[in-house]
Write a protein that binds this ligand. Structure first.
Ligand code: DSN
Length: 414
C-alpha cells in the first residue's frame, strides 16, 4: 500500500492526479514480478527517510565544512551513512555518499583521476560494460580518450586483450565492472595490469555490490584504488550512488563530486542510504544475498535445461543473460510478451549482437527483486518455465494466472 492509499494522505487530498499515478505504480509493482537486474524493492524505512523533511535542506560541502548554516543534522546523517558504508565494505578507506547516481559517481571519478581529455580504458557496453565507461554517446566517451575491451567467444573478459589494450593506450584509469556481466571479475589481475602501465584501477560494482557487501562473492575493496556503486540494485537501498576510495585519492575524488560535478547533496537520499546500509549490516541481509545468488544459479540451470542459450553458459552473480541469436525472436519481442504476462524484464544486447540496441538479441534477467519478495527454488522454477514459454512464442495470457498467483502469495514487503 502506498501512503497515497490512505484517505488522510496529504498528497491524495492536495494533488489527486499525482497521487493516482503513484497508486498506479504501487499496483504495477505489486501485481507484476520485477526481473530487471538493476531494480529491487527497498524497505518502508528507506522510503520514509527518502520522503522526510530533510529534503528541504541545502548542505553544499561535507560534514562540518558546509557553505550553509543549520547543517548539524545533515552532518550527523551524512557521517552516519559514511561510517556504515565503510563498515559494510570493510577495508574501504573513505566513503563519499553524495553522488546522485552511479553515472555521476563515475564521471566524478574519471574527472578526478584522468582529467579532461585523459586516457581511459573500460569494457564496451555491448560486451557487458556500462555507458559511463567510455561509450561514444556518453560524456565519458566524449570528454576522455577512451578505448574499450570486449569479451572472448564465450562471453568472458579476456585478460590478455585487456593487457594488450592497456599497454597500447597507456590510460590513466582502467575500469573493471559492468551492467550485464554475470561472471566474477579477477580484480587482482586487473590491478596488476593497471600497475604495469602506471594506471589506477577503478572498479564499478553497481550491480553486484549487495552480494559483495554480504561476502557472497569476491569484491575489489582493498584492491582497486576507487570503487563506485549505486545503492538501489542488489544493495536494496534508495536510488543513488556512492564512491569508496583509498586515502591517497579520496581528496581528489571528494572535490570532484563537490564542487566539481554536483551542487547540494540530496540529504534525504543520504539518510535513506544510511538506513539501507544499516539493514545490509544485519545477518538477514547475508541470507538474502546468498538466496539472490542461489536463485540466479537455479534460474540459469532451468533455462539451460529447457534448451535456451545463456551468455557464458551460466552466472556467478544475480544476472542471467539469455542469448536469443539462434532463435527467431528478438529481445524486444520477448520483453513485450513478458510485460503482457506480468513480468518486467529488459531486452539487452549480447556480445556480438547483430541487432540494434532498441531491438537486441538478448534478455537480461536478475533475481534481486523477486528474492526480496521471498522467492525460492519452486517460484524460480515457475518463472523460468514462463520465460521459456514466452521465448517459444506461447500466448502471454496463458501465464497471467501463474504470475498473479505468485504476486499474491509473495506480496511486496512493507
Ligand atoms: N540502468 C542500469 C542498469 O540497468 O544496469 C545501469 O545504469
Amino acid at each position: 500500500m502506498s501512503t497515497a492509499d490512505s484517505p488522510s494522505s496529504p498528497l491524495r487530498q492536495k494533488d489527486p492526479e499525482v497521487a493516482a499515478w503513484l497508486q498506479r505504480e504501487d499496483r504495477r509493482q505489486s501485481g507484476s514480478l520485477t526481473l530487471i537486474a538493476s531494480e529491487n524493492h527497498c524497505s518502508a524505512a528507506v522510503r520514509e527517510a527518502s520522503g522526510s523533511r530533510i529534503t528541504d535542506k541545502y548542505a553544499e560541502g561535507y560534514p562540518n565544512k558546509r557553505y550553509y548554516g543549520g547543517c548539524e543534522v545533515a552532518d550527523g546523517v551524512e557521517e552516519l551513512a559514511r561510517q556504515r558504508a565503510m563498515q559494510l565494505f570493510a577495508g574501504a578507506e573513505d566513503a563519499n555518499v553524495q553522488p546522485h547516481s552511479g553515472t555521476t559517481a563515475n564521471l566524478s571519478v574519471l574527472m578526478a583521476l584522468a582529467g579532461p581529455n585523459g586516457r581511459i580504458v573500460g569494457m564496451a557496453l555491448n560486451a557487458g560494460g556500462h555507458l559511463s565507461h567510455g561509450h561514444g554517446k556518453s560524456h565519458t566517451g566524449m570528454m576522455f580518450q577512451a578505448k574499450q575491451y570486449g569479451v572472448d567467444g564465450h562471453g568472458r573478459i579476456d585478460l590478455d586483450e585487456v593487457r594488450r589494450l592497456v599497454k597500447e593506450h597507456q590510460p590513466k584509469v582502467l575500469i573493471a565492472g559492468g551492467s550485464s556481466y554475470c561472471r566474477h571479475i579477477d580484480y587482482a589481475a586487473f590491478a596488476a595490469i593497471a600497475k604495469e602501465a602506471g594506471a589506477l584501477l577503478f572498479a564499478d560494482i553497481a550491480h553486484p555490490a549487495g552480494l559483495m557487501a554480504a561476502g557472497v562473492i569476491p569484491g575489489p575493496i582493498g584492491i582497486a584504488d576507487v570503487v563506485t556503486t549505486t545503492t538501489h540494485k542488489t544493495l536494496r537501498g534508495p536510488r543513488g550512488g556512492m564512491i569508496l576510495a583509498k586515502k591517497d585519492v579520496s581528496k581528489l575524488i571528494n572535490s570532484s563530486v563537490f564542487p566539481g560535478s554536483q551542487g547540494g547533496p540530496l540529504v534525504q537520499q543520504i539518510a535513506a542510504k544510511a538506513v539501507a546500509f544499516g539493514e545490509a549490516l544485519r545477518p538477514e541481509f547475508k541470507a538474502y544475498a546468498q538466496q539472490v545468488k542461489t536463485n540466479a544459479a537455479f534460474l540459469a540451470e532451468r533455462l539451460l535445461a529447457s534448451g535456451l542459450d545463456l551468455v557464458t553458459g551460466g552466472t556467478d552473480n544475480h544476472i542471467v543473460m539469455v542469448d536469443l541469436r539462434k532463435l527467431d525472436v528478438t529481445g524486444q519481442q520477448v520483453e513485450e510478451r513478458a510485460l503482457a504476462a506480468g513480468l518486467a524484464v529488459n531486452k539487452n544486447a549480447v556480445p556480438g549482437d547483430p541487432r540494434p540496441p532498441m531491438v537486441t538479441s538478448g534478455l537480461r534477467l536478475g533475481t534481486a527483486a523477486v528474492t526480496t519478495r521471498g522467492f525460492g527454488r519452486d517460484q524460480i522454477a515457475q518463472v523460468a518455465d514462463v520465460i521459456v514459454g514466452l521465448v517459444r512464442g506461447q500466448d502471454p495470457e496463458r501465464f497471467r494466472g501463474t504470475i498473479t498467483a505468485l504476486c499474491e502469495a509473495f506480496p511486496l514487503p512493507q
